[in-house]
Design a protein around this ligand. Structure first.
Ligand code: TYD
Length: 138
């Protein structure tokens, strides 16, 4: 399955708008963990790695940033800049977050608890992993 933008419910109201996320309803997994990235200095890049098991949903609750998703063959860039949609990323894809605006707030809903052994942080190791993955699918 590919990374995709999921639009969330939005209740527009003169008092201010409201959006929400229900696990296994708006996003296709149970939420085991929530973390957020903030106070990112201009020009910094976060999250250049792969999760072997973790699936995630990323929302720009404030400001904007780009998420680059890479399957080892093709890269796709998603601009997140609204709080009523987010990017679903299945496991096994390299993903990087960059081009953070001032005051950007990225919230990440994760399908797993934190586990360092779930990360692939080396790009060449990822390409080998991907090759094996694609062989198994043939
Ligand atoms: P990391 O996921 O490597 O950050 P990024 O991918 O955005 O560059 O996490 C940075 C550090 O924070 C790393 O030492 C692990 C720790 N960490 C946790 O302890 N728990 C968590 O839920 C997350 C996401 C990170």
């Amino acid at each position: 399955m590919e990374a995709k933008i999921i639009t969330l419910p939005k209740f527009e109201d003169p008092r201010g708008n409201l959006s929400f996320i229900e696990e296994e309803n708006h996003i296709p997994f149970k939420i085991e963990r929530t973390y957020w990235i903030y106070d990112v200095p201009g020009g910094q890049v976060r999250g250049g790695h792969v999760f072997k098991e973790q699936r995630e949903f990323i929302v720009a609750l404030s400001g904007s940033f780009d998420v680059i998703v890479d399957d080892g063959r093709h890269k796709k860039s998603f601009s997140l800049n609204r709080s009523y949609y987010g990017l679903y990323i299945p496991c096994g894809l390299w993903r990087q977050m960059e081009n953070f605006s001032t005051n950007a707030l990225a919230v990440v809903l994760s399908s797993t608890k934190f586990e360092e052994s779930d990360y692939i942080r080396d790009y060449k190791t990822f390409l080998k992993y991907r090759e094996e993955y694609e062989k198994q699918r043939l």
